[in-house]
Design a protein around this ligand. Structure first.
Ligand code: 5GP
Length: 184
């Protein structure tokens, strides 16, 4: 029987078990270890959603490296796309450094596209994106997600750091929203 959980008012069914997550996180860490051999990357983990992924990923990285945590603050921009999220808390000098952005999930890709623009203005040596999850069906911008643990369908998910209205981050597995009658 499929394991389900209730987060606030919604029911979710397990979709990515912890063992599978760990396996994919190790695979991606090994790719980074190989590709970045001889370099000392700065990992920039985007809070809040990436905190568990970043912790698991970093423990598999065998390179000399640093990690710093940034947040995206929402404010209403003046352009037509509505919300722009400003990068805050970046107090590591990334000038001339290879940067790896650690993100929980890339959906439309707008958040990461804006983040890349912000980081590039500080002249890093390079910037790569490392995402736990990617929803290719939702991508609205051309974005090179160099490292990705898994691609998933367009459904809403929680767990392993990802929340529903602040709750549900504290699970080892990832869960997908069970649509209510008529809802998708
Ligand atoms: P994007 O700018 O790519 O559309 O949005 C990315 C952000 O949206 C992620 O960092 C995450 O905070 C949120 N997000 C997108 N899809 C989901 C989802 O299925 N579950 C949760 N909990 N957050 C999501």
């Amino acid at each position: 029987m499929t394991k389900t959980i209730k987060v606030k008012d919604k029911e979710f069914a397990v979709s990515i078990p912890a063992e599978q997550l760990q396996k994919e996180v190790c695979r991606v860490a090994q790719e980074i270890n190989r590709d970045y051999a001889g370099r000392q990357p700065v990992f920039l983990a985007v809070l809040n959603g990436s905190f568990i992924f970043a912790a698991d990923l970093l423990r598999e990285i065998t390179l000399p490296c640093e990690i710093s945590f940034v947040k995206l603050a929402s404010y209403q921009g003046v352009n037509t796309t509505g919300e722009i999220r400003e990068v805050i808390g970046l107090n590591t000098d990334i000038t001339g450094r290879p940067v790896i952005v650690v993100e929980d999930i890339v959906d439309t890709g707008l958040t990461m596209a804006h983040m890349l623009d912000t980081l590039k203005s500080q002249n890093p040596a390079s910037v790569d994106i490392c995402a736990l999850l990617l929803k290719p069906g939702k991508l609205q911008v051309s974005l090179d997600v160099r490292y990705c643990c898994m691609q998933i369908p367009n459904d809403f998910i929680v767990g392993y750091g990802l929340d529903y209205d602040g709750f549900g981050r504290n699970t080892k597995d990832i869960y997908t929203l069970i649509p209510e009658n008529g809802e998708k």
